[in-house]
Design a protein. Sequence first.
Length: 352
Amino acid sequence: MKTRLSVTLVTLATLTTIVLPGVSISDAAAEVNVYSTRKPQLIQPMFDVFTAASGIEVNVVFAEKGMLEKLRSEGVNSPADLVFTADIGPLSDIKNAGLTQAVQSTALDNNIPASMRDPEHHWFGLTSRARIIVTSKDRVGDGDVTTYEDLAEPKFKGMICTRSGKHAYMVALTAAMIVHHGAARAEQWLTGLKANLARRPEGNDRAQVKAIKQGACDIAVINHYYMHKMLADPKQKPWSDAVRVVFPNQTGQTGQTGQTGRGTHMNISGMAMTKHAPNRDHALQLMEFLASEKAQQMYAQLNGEYAVKPGVALADSVQAWGDFKRDHVDLAEVASYRREASKMADRVGYDD
Ligand code: FE
């Protein structure tokens, strides 16, 4: 099991001299095996820094789908030590299936706020991301769309595009709407949103921004860091230049769940140690490194994500949007409504 990608933006030569917290020099044959639903290029730079400092190889298997089934079928013979996901949903599913173990670590507890980790110490958030709305600068007025609830307003008929309603990011948003409004009102909302779609859901988050640039739709829902990524890509920069970033649900009443000023829906990427991790000590070293200042800075600067560790600087492009109010609803509670949210997407024929 071996995946090696070239290191961008950071050269290994400069890194071998850096002493990292929680990392000790170990046997060169030492390794950690990772199953990841996160794209390898988003985490490999951090793994390379870890390996350079510790001598511990990180072997990555990228599995966009079926990680839970793979872990389950491998059982005690699984080579996997750690799992990485881009969403709380799959992470809590794997925990709930009994495939992870609790990890006690002062370093993890100190660097990751309690709201971003499992109270039972099975999963740990590494980065957080905002599910933002983007609107056409040319065809939508500034301030016309300010909440997720607005997306279901009939005045936006034929103007919205999103990825599949069954994708983890959309399912989590729908699940959060269930938490805030209850299932019946959440379903009305999803029905209204579906009725406003300009086209059948297709493509990933970036494809929706491209569609706005091309005039296929005017409003989209995406994760914030894709704006950071598109700005840095000469081909995609015109797409991101065509839209305005809206952090939803910033104003209005707050204090109670479901009120319009509750803040923007957030999710996390995170990690967990597998129940039968064969390289437990090395895996713990990697976990602690990823929560450290150095790795958290890399997540923020390279990926444009929000570090979970307090005080870590944002990427310039992300900083430029200013501060915003986050929805602090319990992510584990949101995750508990995922199945219902997914069925809801089927019921309203979201992808049809
Ligand atoms: Fe993503």
